[in-house]
Design a protein around this ligand. Structure first.
Ligand code: AMP
Length: 286
């Protein structure tokens, strides 16, 4: 059944009031639309766990530091609604930017520490935008549970930190990254890749896997990363923003994976910025 598309907060509150009264769990899947199987895996996880499920679609202007990126971000609402039909969710919450951030809106939720590195360092203001909108989405939807992808691992940690720090009554669930058959992590921005760039894009994951395997074999991070960067450039990537090994709990930079660690990368291919991360060693004995 096609879920109702709600655009007014009053309508959303009318929907959730009986759910809250009945003590039902409300699972929320925040997205920016242009839905793909990665998003749909979060919806499936929410459906499996919660009595009610609300999918939000909001291209949040506050989390874009680059106006062209915001302008070019793919928007496919009709198609998104069609893809969600088989999940029988309770609502699509599609607020308008002018109502989300009316004139005189003056509040920012800002998470320190975790946001100093990687996406936070390369996209000033990005995580303030994320934390602010996620706080609003949680309260608007009366979420008891929320589902986020490990694809945006730093975001997942930031949302967890913020939820704990602010005592938001929401359980944050992290879900594994869904990849295309050639290894490329699914992402809405992949739609912006030309056919030629799309054939080259999986090199990012391939090189990350190669580095992770090298580290598992005791290889030196700097040597492995230097070779990886060079191979990415050969594959057509014009800029590698970062290729970092970091602790999976606190994102502290590591030289060797002597504790649970992930490899993180952001790189540009034909004008499209791709990010990815993979676990290096889930099972390190501490
Ligand atoms: P976005 O629409 O890109 O803001 O993503 C919305 C949610 O979907 C975030 O929690 C993302 O981490 C998650 N997500 C995006 N791509 C994937 C993927 N390939 N696999 C799993 N989750 C994803």
């Amino acid at each position: 059944m096609t879920a109702p598309i709600l655009r007014n907060l009053g309508d959303l509150r009318d929907l959730t009031r009986p759910f809250i009264r009945a003590g039902e769990t409300i699972g929320v899947v925040p997205t920016m639309g242009a839905l793909h199987d990665g998003h749909l895996s979060l919806v499936a996880a929410a459906k499996a766990r919660c009595d009610r499920v609300i999918v939000t679609i909001f291209v949040n202007p506050k989390q874009f530091n680059n106006p062209d990126d915001l302008k070019n971000y793919p928007r496919t609402e009709v198609e998104d609604a069609r893809k969600l039909a088989r999940f029988d969710v309770d609502a699509l919450w599609v607020p308008e930017a002018e109502r989300m951030y009316p004139p005189h809106f003056a509040t920012t939720v800002s998470v320190a520490g975790l946001t100093d590195v990687m996406e936070g360092a390369h996209r000033p203001g990005h995580f303030d935008g994320v934390a602010t909108v996620v706080t609003k989405l949680f309260t608007q939807t009366a979420a008891t549970d929320a589902f986020f992808g490990e694809k945006d691992y730093q975001q997942l940690l930031v949302v967890r930190r913020m939820t704990r720090d602010l005592d938001l009554p929401v359980t944050v669930h992290g879900c594994p990254t869904i990849r295309d058959i050639d290894g490329l992590a699914l992402a809405s921005r992949n739609l912006l890749l030309s056919d030629r760039a799309r054939t080259r894009a999986p090199a990012l994951f391939t090189e990350m896997e190669r580095i992770a395997e090298g580290l598992r074999q005791g290889g030196d991070l700097e040597t492995l990363a230097t070779r990886g960067r060079a191979r990415l450039e050969t594959a057509g990537f014009t800029w590698v923003d970062y290729l970092d090994l970091r602790g999976q709990e606190n994102l502290a930079r590591l030289d060797t994976p002597d504790r649970p660690a992930r490899l993180f990368a952001a790189a540009r291919l034909a004008g499209v910025r791709l990010i990815d991360n993979i676990a290096v060693n889930d099972q390190v004995a501490l």
